[in-house]
Design a protein around this ligand. Structure first.
Ligand SMILES: [Zn+2]
Length: 262
C-alpha cells in the first residue's frame, strides 16, 4: 500500500510538473538570464558560442538553453569539437547535427563540426586543452563571440571528452588577458536523482541556487520540451530505445541550470 501511494504521488507530481511547463505557467525564480535591455528598451542581443564535444550533445543536454536564447533573439553558434566517430558513424552524425540544428533554429552556417586528428571521439581519448583553447579563440575572433556556454567539469555524464571541453574553455579564459573579456557559463551537472527526475526537476533546480549563494546561477526552462525529442530524433544513428527513454526521463530535456564560470 505504501509503495502504491509513493508511486502514485510520483506520477501525479511528474504529470503536474509537465503540465506546468507545457502551459507556460511556471516561471523560474531567476528568469533574467541575458535579459539586459538597451537604451531603446529592446534586449541587448548577444553572440553566443555553444561548445560541445559530440553531435547530439546539443539536443540531449542543452535544448532548454538553446530554446531560451533563440526565442529571445540571441545569435547562437554551435561548435562541435568532433564528428563523434567512436563507432565509425562520424560522417552521418555530422549531417545529423545540421538537421537537429535546423529544428533548434540555429542556422546551418552557424554550426561548425570539427574532425581534428587530436580530438577524436572516445572514452580513452585525451583532448589537449591548449589545442581546444586555440580553436575556441579562433571561433571567438571569427564571429565576434561575446559569450560562451559549455559543460561543467563533470560534463553531465562524466564523459572525458565533455570534461576536456570544459577545461579547454577554462584555458581560453585564463589566457584571455590580451582579448576582450569573454563571459562564460557552464551547464551544472546534477546528481543521479535529479538527472532522471524529468520535469520534476523544475522545482528542485529552483531550490538549488539557494544552497549556492556565492555562485551566479540561472535556471532556464524549456518552454518547448517536444523540441528536444524532435531535435534528438534527427540523430537517427543514435535514436535507439534507451536514448528515447533518456530524453523522456532526463531533467536536461526540461531545464538547464547555468553557472557563471570564473
Ligand atoms: Zn557527448
Amino acid at each position: 500500500m505504501a509503495w502504491f501511494l509513493i508511486i502514485s504521488s510520483v506520477i501525479v507530481l511528474w504529470v503536474a510538473s509537465l503540465c506546468k511547463i507545457l502551459h507556460g505557467s511556471y516561471s523560474p525564480p531567476k528568469g533574467t538570464f541575458l535579459n539586459n535591455l538597451k537604451d531603446g528598451g529592446s534586449i541587448n542581443k548577444r553572440n553566443v558560442l555553444l561548445v560541445v564535444a559530440h553531435p547530439d550533445d546539443e539536443s540531449m543536454f542543452f535544448t532548454p538553453t538553446i530554446n531560451y536564447l533563440t526565442t529571445r533573439g540571441h545569435n547562437i553558434h554551435i561548435l562541435c569539437l568532433s564528428i563523434g566517430d567512436a563507432d565509425g558513424k562520424g560522417i552521418t552524425r555530422k549531417e545529423e547535427l545540421y538537421q537537429a540544428s535546423a529544428i533548434l533554429k540555429v542556422p546551418h552556417q552557424q554550426v561548425k563540426v570539427l574532425d581534428h586528428p587530436d580530438l577524436q571521439d572516445g572514452f580513452g581519448e585525451v583532448w589537449n586543452h591548449n589545442i581546444l583553447a586555440l580553436i575556441i579563440e579562433e571561433e571567438i575572433n571569427s564571429y565576434g563571440i561575446d559569450l560562451i556556454i559549455t559543460f561543467d567539469n563533470y560534463g553531465v555524464s562524466g564523459h572525458c571528452n565533455h570534461c576536456d571541453v570544459h577545461y579547454g574553455v577554462i584555458r581560453k579564459l585564463l589566457h584571455a588577458s590580451s582579448q576582450r573579456k569573454i563571459e562564460a557559463w557552464e551547464l551544472v551537472s546534477t546528481n543521479i536523482f535529479r538527472k532522471y527526475s524529468g520535469p520534476v526537476d523544475i522545482w528542485l533546480s529552483s531550490l538549488y541556487p539557494m544552497q549556492c549563494s556565492h555562485e551566479v546561477l540561472h535556471c532556464l526552462l524549456n518552454e518547448q520540451p517536444r523540441k528536444s525529442f524532435r531535435a534528438m530524433a534527427q540523430h537517427s544513428s543514435q535514436w535507439v530505445w534507451f536514448r528515447k527513454l533518456f530524453v523522456g526521463f532526463s531533467s536536461y530535456t526540461y531545464v538547464n541550470t547555468l553557472r557563471k564560470m570564473k
